[in-house]
Design a protein around this ligand. Structure first.
Ligand SMILES: [Cu+2]
Length: 152
């Protein structure tokens, strides 16, 4: 915490020297943006669904701490290969580097959705919870069948 506090004046200085946004809407550019959100409903009832997000980092680094999906329990997961076996592990947070890009995809980072009831209109509202930015809302749409693959 102390370390982070020490950096505040530096960050403030960077803000002063950076070009000012032309409009008030520029303030929204400070937050990470969800550039893609796609979900796959459970193929068998009782099995979890999965959500993949693409996130473009804002001008400052942030961390994705959680994803909230109404009516489902969402967990941040990572698929890792251990001794030739693919296993999933829950991850506490996902770093979003400043100006970076995070792309979740099958076989890597994903959001597991337990107890998901697929929305009848195909639009799944999700909320991303970032450490610094707070909540960012997005709407996920069903994945194209070809891109869904057979494992998450
Ligand atoms: Cu998983």
């Amino acid at each position: 915490m102390t370390f982070r506090d020490c950096r505040v004046p530096l960050a403030a200085l960077a803000l002063l020297t950076a070009p000012l946004p032309a409009t008030a809407a520029g303030a929204a550019d400070a937050a990470p943006k969800v550039t893609a959100a796609a979900f796959r409903a459970p193929t068998v009832p009782g099995r979890p669904g999965v959500l993949y997000l693409s996130i473009a980092g804002g001008p400052k680094p942030d961390r994705l701490l959680a994803v909230e999906v109404k009516g489902a329990r969402a967990e941040l997961h990572e698929t890792r290969e251990t001794a030739g076996i693919m296993r999933m592990a829950a991850v506490k947070a996902i770093a979003i580097p400043a100006g970076g890009k995070l792309e979740m995809r099958p076989g890597g980072l994903h959001v597991m959705l337990f107890g998901l009831t697929p929305p009848s209109d195909g639009k799944l509202p999700v909320a991303l919870v970032f450490e610094k930015t707070g909540r960012v809302a997005a709407t996920a749409t069903p994945m194209a069948a070809a891109a869904a693959g057979h494992v998450h």
